[in-house]
Design a protein around this ligand. Structure first.
Ligand code: 5RP
Length: 218
């Protein structure tokens, strides 16, 4: 099975977590694209979805699923999204698709984050994937110096403007051994909009695609 087939497998498996008639939180990325396709084909009727990106909103609308404003919802039962890395505790690195800020906002509304990922995303320690950080552009140099002090090398992602009109720094060379503390620290640096470590909003369920089938971690 190739990576896309593994993604399709977990996208399909995530349907078991969708509560019919509810409002669902929907993430962003190629795995989520496959999840939206599976959702559309499933015939499960939803009250609507809160989306984490323009990309997912368009795909949901094309599938006939009503896209609701995040401000119109107080709570979501479930948020389904992918990850760039996930550790055994469910801590994740996200933002490879530059949607991390809205992803964290929607995840914050949800009781349960259901992560869908192929097995290549599983790591023991976060940091091998360049850590995405959405930033206010004028802070780029200062933030790069701060990451350098932690052993990281930051680079502005060329040609990338987020859905929020901001920029992304990709930080290489980090080894994030305490994701919760790292997220708390970096989140308060002036100029950081969102850091792509999801520890406070870690996955409560992880559906991991392997050639042997879907491995479920709770
Ligand atoms: C987007 C994300 C995605 O969830 C992450 O990049 C995984 O993407 P894919 O499903 O394409 O592998 O965080 O900002």
């Amino acid at each position: 099975m190739d990576q896309t087939e593994l993604k399709r497998l977990v996208a399909q498996a995530a349907l078991a977590y969708v509560e019919p008639g509810s409002v669902l939180g929907v993430g962003t990325g190629s795995t989520v694209d496959l999840f939206i396709d599976a959702l559309a084909a499933s015939g499960i009727a939803l009250a609507g979805a809160v989306s984490s990106s323009e990309r997912s909103s368009q795909r949901l609308a094309a599938a006939g699923i009503a896209v609701l404003d995040a401000s119109s919802v107080e709570r979501l039962g479930v948020y389904v999204d992918g990850a760039d890395e996930i550790d055994p505790q469910g801590n994740m690195v996200k933002g490879g698709g530059a949607a991390l800020t809205r992803e964290k906002i929607v995840a914050d509304l949800a009781e349960r984050f259901v992560c869908i990922a192929d097995e290549s995303k599983c790591v023991d320690v976060l940091g091998a994937f360049p850590l995405p950080v959405e930033i206010i552009p004028m802070a780029a140099a200062q933030l790069s110096r701060r990451f350098a002090a932690l052993g990281g090398t930051a680079q502005v992602r060329q040609g990338c403007v987020t859905d929020n009109g901001q920029h992304i720094l990709d930080v290489r060379g980090l080894r994030i051994t305490d994701p919760l503390a790292f997220e708390a620290e970096v989140s308060q640096w002036p100029g950081v909009v969102t850091v792509g470590v999801f520890a406070r909003h870690r996955a409560r369920v992880a559906l991991i695609g392997t050639p042997q089938g879907v491995r479920t971690r709770l």
